[in-house]
Design a protein around this ligand. Sequence first.
Ligand SMILES: *Cc1c(COP(=O)(O)O)cnc(C)c1O
Length: 410
Amino acid sequence: MSQTVSETVQVITHDEIIARLVAVIGRDNLPAQLHVPEIGPSAWTYVKDCLDTNWVSSVGTYVTKFETMVAEFTGARQAIATVNGTAALQVALQLCGVEYGSEVLMPSLTFIATANAVSYLGAVPHFVEINERHLGCDVGRLRDYLKDVLVAKNGSPVNRFTQRRITALIGVHAFGHPFDVEELREICRQFQITFVEDAAEGIGSYFGPTHVGNFGKLGILSFNGNKTITTGGGGIILANDETLAKQAKHLTTTGKLPHPWEFIHDVVAYNYRLPNLNAALGCSQMEDLPRLLEAKRELAAAYIAAFKGTNVRVLSEPSGCRSNYWLNAIILDSPGLEQRDVLLAKLHQQGVISRPVWKPMHQLPIYATCPRMPDLHVTELISERLINLPSSSNLRSVGPKLAKRPRVEH
Ligand SMILES: *Cc1c(COP(=O)(O)O)cnc(C)c1O
């Protein structure tokens, strides 16, 4: 939101905002959805292969292939595919020592899955403030807060108000924009809190030269239908520790010990594996990923150019980082939900299908009584002013592409 004094900021009306968005998207491409998948021709081949060979479910070669492709792309030593991103996060947290009755720090501005994964383990989300630049945790505020709130008990950090152990902190790469991973990791180390990365939205995003999801003890990605690439539904755990990777595979696949016929399970585990059908789609999506990321980058550049010099801020990649621009976002400078909702209604009328950001977790009745930083005003301010824009990789070429679906002989 900082502008140099010499620049004059042009204040634009709602109608002008809409006109500029329509110009970027192209009138012929309306209505434009928020985010739709772009399925390449090899998807038909790979999915059909599953059908032809009967390998549609929990066993098959595409799962391993997909895991290898994601590991190679992200640079993670291992990748463990799961049925969705929420399941991946739940298992990652469990393996990172998040236990019943402990607390897990996270930004209040996130998708509900971040908090739910913590709740599934019987742990309690603890909400902290974000930085308006990248929408990740505000590192400075967090440091001061932890100094005030944490006391050491038997060598572990404990919330002195609730007497609960604080086991982990989840960093969230909001809309694919990398936050200050190194600084946050350092704070976690300093306070002896395990750092876990919710990189659900971040495939194709880098902090420096390193793909997001590789900075935490474990990281996760999501392949839900609205993410940058999809497996229909799916997720993955990124691991750089061989032992944790093995445990993650074991815990997501019912904890069965390898044996040709016996059913021996040595831990209460989950059936969270990704079906082969979904992994087949994922392999095709991984092949297309570099091209989809390029297209999304071009779209983001067009949105940024369209609002340059105005009072509408377009969220852009933090310096030193590369963002996948999963969902583009504008931040209005006018206060209040009313203004935002008037604009949203107009956008929908015009076929520019936009969405407000998530309601902050601390404002949801189900999480309203959780511990939190007393001052979350940046979270609240952003939540009232941020609008996500149509961001599909094929946004500006939807018409012709949808008409030309490849046909496969059966
Ligand atoms: C999408 C998402 C998840 C969960 O992924 P699913 O595959 O939908 O379960 C978790 N965290 C964030 C921040 C997300 O955007």
